[in-house]
Write a protein that binds this ligand. Structure first.
Ligand SMILES: [Fe+2]
Ligand SMILES: [Fe+2]
Length: 331
């Protein structure tokens, strides 16, 4: 795939002071890649004492974490191993590629659009980098789709959101939900040995990046809340509740989306369970899968300073559901 055929999204056009991070020093040398991998998943602030959510120190350290854990991998040098015919068939038939590419396309625009409204330079720059990374995810997917000749629906144009805060909240909370399950499914795919380890390695930085993204989102949320007056905070919490309702509505399959040709796009709303089967080649018990998602969630976050906030909703909901499932089994 030539660089000219890639979608020319440019964060710098929306946020004039954004400077794209350099990628030049990371080639294919294993030791350099491993060092970048360690750097991206571990970070501790040098600040002593507590980091109060919403404080100046919190703002500074969250943004520093995001900058300093950046992984400079270059999508154009990623390895796309030749696959056995059945592995290739398994990958090509996963019903996720259209939605994955479009989700990254929407996320980059929504994050950049919201970042552009922020007057605080550190947070604006962190969110702009997040948007840039979503664009890089899209590029990784585009290269994979081209390498394995996966047919995609034509993408509908990405439209600048009218309410940038709403769009950012929808994207941020969606990532919190999707990443939680993706962490478990990715580990399941890894353990199944149905996919070559090189392919798992290629996607590993993308997975960890999603962990950093939702870590940033959880801390942005706390910082943003702390800055609101009582009245604006109330309005904001209503908006957050509406976002969760919208995401529930979307995920139970009521939302419809269309491709560029006006065809309705169907998405598999039970993908976590069906996808577990697809990536592991076996039927997976829902309780085992949820336990794995929780373990992977904890593992991916454990290297970051414990004083930074983590996304809470999905792990809490799943822990409650697991308790209920156990009771049901024993009764
Ligand atoms: Fe992404
Ligand atoms: Fe992300």
């Amino acid at each position: 795939m030539s660089d000219q055929t890639l979608d020319p999204f440019d964060v710098g056009r929306m946020i004039p002071d954004f400077v794209a991070p350099p990628l030049t020093h990371l080639g294919l040398d294993r030791a350099t890649i491993d060092a970048a991998d360690v750097n991206t998943r571990q970070w501790t602030s040098h600040v002593d004492g507590p980091i109060t959510p919403g404080s100046e120190v919190h703002l500074r350290e969250v943004c520093r974490m995001f900058r300093e854990t950046f992984n400079p991998y270059r999508p154009s040098v990623l390895d796309w191993p030749t696959l056995e015919p059945d592995t290739l068939h398994r990958i090509v038939s996963l019903p996720i590629w259209d939605i994955a590419v479009q989700t990254e396309g929407k996320a980059r625009l929504r994050m950049a659009a919201y970042a552009a409204t922020l007057s605080e330079p550190d947070m604006r720059s962190a969110l702009a980098l997040n948007a840039w990374e979503e664009n890089r995810h899209k590029e990784v997917l585009s290269r994979m789709v081209a390498a394995y000749r996966i047919a995609l629906a034509k993408e509908a144009p990405y439209v600048h959101p009218a309410d940038t805060e709403w769009a950012y909240l929808v994207t941020g909370f969606s990532e919190c939900i999707d990443s939680f399950f993706a962490f478990g499914l990715f580990e399941l795919a890894h353990r199944s040995r149905l996919f070559p380890p090189e392919l798992i390695d290629t996607f590993e930085p993308v997975m960890q990046e999603e962990c950093r993204h939702i870590l940033l989102f959880a801390n942005w949320l706390a910082w943003h809340r702390a800055r609101l007056s009582r009245w604006r905070r109330l309005v904001f919490e209503l908006k957050v509740a509406a976002v969760w309702l919208f995401l529930g509505w979307e995920r139970i399959g009521l939302a419809r989306s269309f491709d560029a040709d006006g065809n309705e796009q169907t998405q598999d709303n039970n993908f976590t369970v069906n996808g577990a089967q697809a990536v592991s080649g076996a039927k997976i018990d829902v309780r085992e899968l949820m336990t794995l998602c929780l373990q992977e969630n904890d593992r991916r976050f454990c290297g970051y300073d414990a004083r930074l906030l983590r996304p809470q909703t999905m792990p809490k909901l799943v822990r409650v559901a697991l308790r209920f499932m156990r009771k049901k089994k024993g009764s």
